[in-house]
Design a protein around this ligand. Structure first.
Ligand SMILES: [Cu+2]
Length: 643
């Protein structure tokens, strides 16, 4: 068992704004958080789990990041911070900065203006699941709930892979994985460990700040024998709301009160259960739960969870009411509809698309293009088709309609702000357009957060005011889908940015060290409307069948016909007269007759399968995957996610 509590410094006692400085050397360490496999992990200053960042509202935060990894570039994103006036400190590489190359330094410097529960993580090449992720807590001297609890605790939930991301990504986006089956985690973790124990005192109220820092798995969380009261989601204070179970997608946070019982005779399990509907396959040895305990008395046993749910019924975050009671924003100036689609491209790999575009990084970070393009900065074309850019005017009200054409859940995250979640359909409701919902059905005081789950084949409507000049990504927070392209770029009031923003020299130095150009359009051309040479995704699949596909289909048909012929020949042949008892295994005599009949049935069943359309499709898929490398076995082929 592990008591790995993240103690908080409780900076809220200090009222005056201060400067909080962190010197982070990002380097490799080894870690084995699930006790099953020791692996290289990205640490900070030689340690993992990473330090919690803490500040007070109003503080200036400086992070001096040095990349000591040797073999990978990196960057830091401070998830959920609006970065008002400091979009260049937001962290995604090739968007607001160049990736920090090995041996380079980069200074993040920003003022925190929001209270709440946040986290920081790498925003470069799907890297954070290798360890570069940790809480970031911003204390609020004016917290409206500060008299309601005695103590604060940080509790993270996450998923864990034994293999490292570069290898997993090579497999995930390859023709060896044409269905786009996401690698399934090896374990779930609480506070980056397992068997976590949290010592508690009776009749005391704790504020839990909970964060899902995982790569992929959403998690159901409950505390046996205790209810919780939600007070904050993603940095937004809410009207207190009772819950017995919550769901946290990757990147979501939730603060809640938990009041302990008055007796100390028993300890209680805390269970986090990974959402297996996201997994294309369920490995037999996978424990998708992780258990910790509220420990009232360390001499008492730590009981196994008593309740394990078949059907989960978590708290519905759409019913939350923000503490500030902000009403629904008015009619939008602009409506953007994004359809979530998974499809294959000409390299045989599976990609994720908003409408018809899968994101590809530009050659010049989009922010630097915005700053250098003069008047043309308001023309979306200069950011390149494959960054999927939208340019907003200052203070426009934007409505985002997201339709899930895919059968998976996707947690969508918007950088630079929280949004009003004004409508979310049930699963399989189809597109928003087809649902015939009007704005009269929108929530009058909508829940706000920065990461929200879109249900399978459902739809979602978000609104926000474009009041934060900057370059902000909107993307799915499943790290696999970030890499397969489920990203759009919002460029907000670029002409204002040009007036206000100066990029520090050490940011430009990082680009020079990495050999990344800092002027020009997405293609690094100084003629801003000439996109020749821009980075592009693989071409679409050729129409119809490829030569290989045709050959595979012909062979499938031949083997199918042969199969049917063999069965017909077998069926018409004379049946030898045998006593059933010679076939039936010892001890199964009671079902003797049934046994004989079933045996024959199975024989002809496989013949039918061989000639069915399904079998032909599988043969074709098999032919493709045999050409790929199978070096990564953790994920296997996976099944098709389209039912
Ligand atoms: Cu996704």
């Amino acid at each position: 068992m592990t008591t790995r509590l993240f103690p908080l410094l409780g900076l809220a006692a200090l009222a005056k704004a201060a400067t909080v400085t962190y010197d982070f050397s990002i380097d490799w360490v080894t870690a084995n958080p699930d006790g099953m496999f020791e692996r290289p992990t990205i640490g900070i200053n030689g340690k993992w789990p990473l330090p919690i960042m803490e500040a007070n509202v109003g503080d200036q935060v400086i992070v001096n990041a040095f990349n000591n990894l040797g073999d990978q570039a990196t960057s830091l994103h401070f998830h959920g911070l609006y970065m008002n006036g400091s979009t260049h400190m937001d962290g995604p590489s090739q968007v607001t900065q160049c990736a920090i190359y090995p041996g380079s330094s980069f200074t993040y410097n920003f003022t925190v203006k929001q209270p709440g529960t946040y986290w920081y993580h790498s925003h470069t090449k799907g890297q954070y699941p290798d360890g570069l992720r940790a809480p970031f807590i911003i204390h609020d001297p004016n917290n409206p709930f500060k008299d309601m609890y005695d103590e604060e605790l940080v509790l993270t939930v996450s998923d864990w892979y034994h293999d490292q991301m570069p290898g997993l990504l090579n497999f995930f986006i390859s023709k060896a994985n044409p269905t786009g089956a996401e690698p399934v985690p090896n374990s779930a973790l609480l506070n980056e460990t397992q068997n976590l124990t949290i010592p508690v005192e009776p009749e005391r109220t704790y504020l839990f700040r909970m964060i899902n820092m995982g790569a992929f798995a959403g998690q159901y969380v409950w505390f046996e024998g205790h209810n919780i009261t939600i007070l904050e989601v993603d940095g937004i204070y809410t009207q207190p709301a009772e819950a017995d179970m919550i769901y946290l997608s990757a990147a979501q946070r939730c603060s809640f009160l938990l009041t302990t019982r008055n007796s100390t005779t028993e300890n209680f399990p805390i269970v986090a259960s990974m959402d297996t509907t996201l997994f294309d396959q369920l490995p037999e040895d996978l424990n998708y739960n992780v258990t910790g305990w509220l420990v009232y008395d360390s001499k008492e046993p730590l009981p196994e969870p008593a309740i394990l749910y078949e059907d989960f019924d978590p708290f519905d975050d759409m019913t939350l009411i923000p503490w500030d009671n902000e009403p629904l924003l008015g009619e939008p100036d602009r409506i953007i509809t994004l359809d979530v689609i998974m499809d294959n491209l000409g390299d045989g790999a599976n990609y994720a698309f908003f409408n018809n575009i899968t994101y590809v990084s530009p050659r010049v970070p989009s922010l630097y293009t915005a700053l250098n393009a003069g008047e043309l900065a308001t023309d979306p074309r200069i950011y390149g088709e494959y960054t999927h850019p939208f340019v907003f005017e200052k203070d426009e009200i934007i409505e985002l309609v997201i339709n899930n054409i895919d059968s998976g859940r996707h947690p969508f995250h918007l950088h630079g702000r929280s949004f009003q979640a004004v409508w979310r359909s049930e699963e399989e409701a189809g597109t928003f357009e087809d649902s015939n919902v009007t704005s009269e059905s929108f929530t009058p005081i909508p829940m706000k957060r920065d990461t929200i789950v879109l249900f399978p084949e459902g739809n979602l409507v978000l609104r926000f005011r474009a009041d934060n000049p900057g370059v902000w990504l909107f993307h799915c927070h499943l790290e696999w889908h970030v890499q397969s392209g489920l990203i759009a770029t919002f460029v907000e009031a670029p002409l204002e940015l040009q007036k206000e923003l100066v990029i520090p020299k050490n940011h430009i130095d990082a680009c020079e060290a990495a050999g990344v150009p800092t002027v020009g359009n997405a293609a690094a051309n100084l003629d801003y409307l000439d996109l020749t040479g821009q980075n592009m995704p693989p071409p679409p699949l050729p129409a119809g069948f490829t030569t290989k596909g045709i050959v595979a289909m012909v062979f499938s048909c031949i083997s199918g016909i042969l199969g049917v012929a063999v069965i017909a020949w077998y069926g018409f042949a004379d049946v030898p007269k045998e006593e059933p008892s010679t076939i039936v295994a010892p001890g199964k005599a009671a079902g003797a007759e049934g046994g004989v009949v079933e045996g024959d049935g199975n024989g002809s069943g496989s013949g039918d399968d061989a000639s069915s359309p399904t079998a032909q499709k599988e043969t074709v898929v098999g032919t493709i995957s045999n050409n790929g490398d199978d070096e990564i076995t953790a994920s296997g082929g996976g099944r098709d996610r389209v039912p």
